[in-house]
Design a binder for this molecule. Structure first.
Ligand code: MN
Length: 574
């Protein structure tokens, strides 16, 4: 599986091809640094560990990424897997590369806690990291190589990693429009995540693909001739089979009926300009009748992830249903490399600064909103997902020591974190450890911090906390706890007393008695009256809280002055 012959020289060659101004010295230094750091370490495959960062860097060099990203890819595992610290990386390679490496390292801290929870944790984290999308691109390239070498990993881990790839990494690649990466990730994961289904698809599709390829070979020269007749210059015509996972997804929707899959292999026509795209569409429709409803103009209306092309499905030669995809060279690059295809090098060959969430290249978030307005019936998950990036802009993501992700507003403190986990943890917090170091409870947290809260049983929250917490959740819980505490304090040192008052019954007796008690500043826990055998008399049963015996006697004296009261029995309990 693994491309054994990929070396740092392959990376250098690829980078030189794409960007003549690249800082090759930097890449070599990063390589040597990583090689030294990983010396003696082996991959599960038995290969020297350095082959992994090199493959990761190679994938990114193919995607035309800038020097800093490729250098960071070479260094991406040194902090996690070797004694090298992030400070050393920064000292050696500067802030930008250290930032990228630490981003990848932070993503690696999320521990597996069951697929659903894990997926949610990863998803949150990825959005947090979208602050600099290059971190995500390195992580995707890292995952690609891990998938390519997955057969060396113990079986029980294979399935988990494969599912994670299908649930998180491949959709992320799709969201970033990196079709080439997405298809590879999906298909590599498919065989491990759903082995039987994978075998079924492979077995059933192989012949069909060969047969279709034979057919398209017949179509190609005819199409070429037609396009020449129209005077449309062609850059390339090719056909590539739909990737297995997406084919399988489509089959599931179509009752596993292959005859309903028209794009098992689509013919791709690449031309110079948008005008030529429409000219090709015209030429195809002139010769072959299109199937109604299957002309998709993603040039006029790009997909949410930015995908542009024209698709049409026609009754082609011999009446066979065939899909054509028409696009320009730029559109093709973009479909293969997505957001990475936008990497523009300035005149001096220097890369643009990193892509930030506010970058105009993230315009697809806005595009998506527009698209959503136009197609009000598509409330797709995809759309909501993209909005999350915006939503998450002022949020940070921190981790529990167990690797769960907690999202908080910017500048939130360990106290906010503690209350987010549980009110008891918040109430009893005494100190916090941020990334292993003791920190004050009001320190502002940063993205990716690992927070541990130290508690002390029966400790109460401090009034001061209300002044610095950032979440309403923490504020409310602190106040509630303090209020409860005051009530308890008010009651502390009191004793319950019981009074039995015999009185001549009359209207207003009960309220007069209650008034005397509350005027004395005492709380009534219970009061009830009952008739007694002696006619015209009532007995009041009263439970109250008093400080001491003398307070009780004072009350008894006052009660004796109430009209009708004849006799009062009293006793203090406990
Ligand atoms: Mn790695």
């Amino acid at each position: 599986m693994s491309q054994q012959n990929i070396t740092i020289e392959s990376v250098i060659t690829e980078v030189t091809k794409k960007n003549r101004g690249a800082d090759l010295g930097l890449l070599r230094r990063a390589y040597e640094f990583a090689e030294r750091a990983h010396k003696g370490q082996k991959r599960a495959s038995g290969d020297p560990y350095i082959t992994h960062p090199v493959h990761t860097a190679y994938t990114l060099s193919k995607m035309n990424l800038d020097d800093a990203t490729i250098a960071a890819a070479l260094l991406h595992d040194v902090v996690d897997d070797t004694p090298v610290t992030i400070e050393e990386v920064e000292k050696e390679f500067g802030k930008e590369i250290a930032f990228l490496v630490s981003g990848v390292t932070k993503l690696g801290k999320i521990k597996y806690r069951g697929i659903e929870r894990h997926v949610e944790n990863l998803r949150k984290m990825f959005f947090a990291m979208a602050e600099d999308i290059r971190v995500v691109l390195i992580k995707l390239a890292d995952r690609l190589h891990n998938m390519e070498t997955l057969n060396y990993v113990p079986e029980e881990k294979q399935k988990r990693i494969a599912l994670e790839t299908i649930e998180i990494y491949a959709p992320l690649a799709m969201r970033l429009g990196i079709g080439s990466l997405r298809a590879k990730l999906d298909d590599l994961a498919f065989r491990y995540a759903y082995p039987e289904e994978y075998q079924w698809v492979v077995k059933n599709v192989k012949e069909k693909i060969q047969e279709r390829e034979g057919y398209l070979k017949k179509v190609e020269p005819i199409l070429k001739k037609e396009l020449e007749k129209e005077g449309i210059p062609i850059i390339d015509i090719n056909y590539r089979a739909k990737h297995y996972w997406s084919l399988y997804q489509k089959l599931l929707k179509r009752n596993m009926d292959f005859s309903q899959i028209h794009d098992l292999i689509a013919m791709r026509i690449i031309v110079e300009s948008i005008q030529d795209c429409y000219a090709v569409l015209g030429a195809i429709h002139k010769n072959w009748k299109p199937l109604p409803g299957l002309i998709k103009d993603y040039i006029a209306l790009p997909k949410p992830n930015g995908y542009k092309s024209i698709h049409t499905t026609v009754f082609c030669i011999d009446g066979r249903i065939t899909e054509f995809q028409i696009r320009t060279r730029d559109m093709h690059e973009e479909a293969e490399y997505g957001i990475a295809a936008h990497w523009a090098y300035t005149e001096g060959g220097k890369p643009d600064t990193g892509v930030k969430a506010t970058d105009p290249r993230f315009a697809w978030v806005g595009q998506l909103r527009e698209w959503q307005e136009k197609m009000s019936d598509t409330t797709s998950d995809e759309f909501l997902e993209s909005l999350r990036i915006d939503f998450f802009k002022d949020r940070i993501f921190v981790l529990t020591p167990k690797g769960d992700v907690i999202d908080l507003p910017e500048d939130a403190t360990p106290i906010d974190f503690a209350y987010q986990i549980h009110s008891d943890i918040g109430n009893q917090a005494t100190a916090a450890r941020i990334n292993g170091k003791i920190a004050s409870l009001d320190s502002p947290l940063k993205n990716g911090d690992v927070i541990e809260i130290l508690i002390q049983k029966n400790k109460k929250p401090s009034e001061k906390w209300v002044g610095f917490v950032k979440t309403n959740n923490a504020r409310t819980k602190i106040k509630n706890s303090l209020k409860k505490e005051r009530v308890l304090l008010g009651q502390r040192g009191t004793r319950s007393a019981r009074l039995t008052i015999t009185a001549r019954d009359r209207v207003g007796l009960l309220s007069d008695v209650s008034k005397v008690i509350s005027d004395a500043g005492l709380n009534i826990a219970h009061i009830a009256s009952s008739d007694i055998r002696t006619k015209g008399f009532a007995e009041l049963d009263v439970a109250i809280q008093v400080k001491d015996r003398s307070a009780l006697l004072k009350l008894v004296t006052r009660l004796k002055n109430v009209t009708g009261v004849e006799e009062i029995e009293h006793k203090i309990q406990g």
